[in-house]
Design a protein around this ligand. Structure first.
Ligand code: SF4
Length: 678
């Protein structure tokens, strides 16, 4: 019940299609990326690179996906963004994941490389690998239209790549519909490396609720929270002005914007026509979002003469601040183009901003960028970078394997230290300001989306873009002053933090006490959503938008009601723990050590030279104590960041302990003698 029951495995090289029961995994791993991590742990040798055909691209739904309570899947694979290709995850919403469930599949695991471009068509029981030569070269929207026409079915749900994925650029994303993306880990390049243009799914089976009455009651409760409770504040913001408004029009971020090194940049006051609210009023067609979600937090825009498409807050951030432009036309032009090419908007904006910084400093000239001056805010520069990088043409070729390899060549390597990056991963716009300096890695080995988010939340939480952005919005909605609104939102953050770690102040950026415990609690809350298929925007996880109330306690009730099988808080949190320890252990075997991760941030440790954050600096010493606390909460050795043997054994992950072998502290258990094994 509410589980489709099957894991679908497809090998594109041999065209072999296999189906396996999900039931073998659910007791220990529940669903989502926890099962995804297990599939990769069992099936992909750590020395396989992100673009190697042996890499396994997985789409992992949870027990709530396809029900009223959820619609997400976690895409998971070895990422080509880092040289040692650790396992990483990216969420994908929309209708795709629900459709997978309706077709009968909880998980999809794709390995191998097709000889020529193909797309996968999953139509209930029928699984076909179809020719995609005629689709190669099409953009992400054209691809979806053509496949729907070809299959004569407008309801087929498609996740695909554009030119950036075909060219295996490590910032290529997977796009579904107009605005849903698995954007952050270079999974578009993984698809391209498999000659896989798209996955199309059509499911007609639906799902049955285990306990329909309980589902109805729980849904009514959840829905009235969104309609009338605290959650309605976020819902109203999303619906009326779009999430981007809270960043662009309300947040301090608006006029204290920062720029990578960036803190010096202070945006001028915006005119009305430069605000996001104005853009939304003029160009929003309607709200869009994921299946069954009552919030529909994203927008479909149509700007005559430019393009139609979908937008979310991230795009807006990237193209306003990273290239120093407040022209909403440029913001939309650039984002729409990047989405059609299937290149992640913040990464390409970050690359552009970095080139502009080098140009300003005289480290590059037009000779380095195919004759185009990289001037701040220049439309020609912005569009050229998107074109060249996505098509792997001219100087854009240098970025195929990422910004770090490119930065080692461009300007003779002199610009490397100016790159707002974590190894080869460009930081998103949300890292700007103190984010880029405070994102000190405490999480031990493992570079999942989860780790990054959780680490950001350690020193920034609730993120400035959120908290500072929602203060005036909630004040307006509630008819209170900004000061009262700030107090209220901070009270919600303290309420959650006290419940999780017994300290009301652990969320505060300046606080170190209980910070490690707070990090682990934030990870648990996010991961519980991801594993179950619920959207973490709608959860209480370290109150992202300050307002939600529902958390792990409610999630397990939903899982129990939808599956008809009891799921307890301990069971769900143990599944989270298994997922994290599998990721940590696997990435250690990929040689991603904790020390290496920390080194990547050293460049961001100098005090901020000027601007709003002048003088702010990271004190690494202060991270030692929370780092050790985090490790002990996570069941890891503070000295190495590696899982403790006894924790692995408690969770039934003895095979992980055996594979980590001598890397683990403490004596290994004696191997059973042949006699005792019989
Ligand atoms: S709130 Fe979450 S589930 Fe709802 S539309 Fe937005 S991303 Fe999708």
């Amino acid at each position: 019940m509410s589980r489709a029951g099957t894991i679908l495995r497809v090998d594109l090289a041999t065209e072999k299609v296999e189906k396996e029961a999900t039931s073998a995994y659910v007791q220990d791993f529940v669903g989502g990326g926890a099962i995804g991590a297990k599939l990769i742990w069992d099936g992909v040798p750590p020395d396989v690179s992100g673009k190697d055909p042996k890499n396994m691209l997985t789409f992992n739904t949870g027990p709530l996906t396809g029900t009223l309570f959820g619609n997400k899947c976690e895409v998971m694979a070895k990422s080509p963004q880092l040289a040692n290709s650790p396992v990483m995850t990216a969420g994908l919403g929309g209708q795709f994941a629900s459709e997978m469930k309706f077709a009968g599949y909880d998980h999809l695991a794709i390995t191998g490389k097709a000889d020529e471009p193909v797309y996968l068509f999953i139509n209930d029981e029928n699984v076909e690998i179809r020719d995609a030569k005629h689709l190669w070269g099409l953009d992400t929207q054209q691809t979806q239209v053509r496949i729907k026409e070809e299959l004569k079915d407008p309801d087929v749900q498609i996740a695909c790549i554009g030119l950036a994925g075909e060219n295996q650029n490590v910032y290529a994303m997977i796009l579904h519909d107009i605005q849903n993306t698995a954007s952050r880990e270079g999974f578009g390049a993984v698809m391209g490396s498999k000659n896989l243009k798209a996955v199309a799914v059509r499911g007609t089976k639906g799902l049955k609720a285990g306990d329909p009455e309980a589902c109805k009651d729980l849904w009514n409760e959840f829905f009235s929270e969104i309609k009338e409770g605290r959650g309605s504040l976020f819902a109203r913001l999303s619906f009326r002005e779009g999430i981007a408004a809270h960043i662009g029009d309300y947040g301090k971020f608006r006029d204290r914007g920062a720029w990578g090194y960036y803190e010096s940049f202070v945006a001028p006051p915006m005119k009305k026509e430069e605000t996001m609210a104005d853009f939304v009023t003029k160009y929003k067609v309607h709200n869009v979002g994921c299946s069954f979600c009552p919030i529909q937090c994203q927008q479909n825009y149509n700007m005559p003469g430019v393009d139609t498409g979908g937008g979310a807050c991230m795009f807006y951030e990237g193209y306003r601040y990273l290239v120093k432009s407040h022209d909403t036309t440029l913001w939309w032009r650039a984002s729409a183009k990047a989405q059609r090419y299937g290149i992640e908007v913040n990464s390409i904006a970050n690359i552009t901003g970095w080139l502009m910084l080098l140009y300003e400093k005289g480290l590059i000239t037009v000779e380095d960028t195919d004759g185009v001056p990289m001037e701040w805010g220049s439309e020609e520069a912005v569009m050229t970078v998107i074109d060249k990088v996505s098509k792997a043409e001219g100087f854009g070729k240098l970025f195929v394997d990422g910004a770090v390899p490119a930065a080692k060549v461009i300007a003779g390597g002199k610009g490397l230290g100016l790159l707002n990056q974590d190894r080869n991963r460009l930081s998103g716009a949300w890292h700007v300001g103190m984010g880029s300096r405070r994102t000190v890695m405490l999480g031990g080995p493992g570079a999942s989306r989860l780790t990054r988010w959780a680490n950001q939340t350690v020193f920034m939480h609730p993120m400035h873009t959120d908290m500072e952005g929602i203060i005036p919005w909630y004040a307006r909605e509630l008819g209170i002053s900004n000061e009262e609104s700030e107090k209220l939102i901070q009270g919600w953050a303290s309420e959650w933090t006290e419940k999780q770690v017994g300290d009301r102040d652990a969320w505060r950026p300046e606080s170190v006490r209980k910070k490690g415990a707070y990090l682990a609690a934030s990870e648990n809350a996010i991961s519980a959503c991801d594993i179950s298929g619920h959207c973490d925007f709608l959860s209480d996880r370290g109150p992202h938008f300050g307002a939600q109330r529902v958390g792990v306690e409610e999630t397990v009730q939903w899982i129990s009601a939808t599956t008809g099988t009891l799921c307890t808080k301990d069971m769900l949190l143990d599944a989270v723990q298994r997922k994290r320890l599998l990721e940590i252990a696997y990435n250690q075997l990929c040689d991603l050590s904790r020390a290496e991760e920390e080194v990547s941030y050293v460049k961001a440790l100098d005090p901020v030279p000027d601007g709003y954050h002048k003088g702010d600096a990271i004190d690494l010493e202060r991270s030692v104590e929370p780092g050790a606390e985090y490790c002990s909460r996570r069941g890891c050795d503070p000295a190495t960041g590696l899982p403790l043997r006894e924790e692995l054994e408690r969770l039934g992950l003895g095979d992980v302990a055996i594979r980590l072998g001598p890397l683990l502290a403490g004596p290994a258990p004696e191997a059973p003698s042949p006699q005792s094994a019989t």
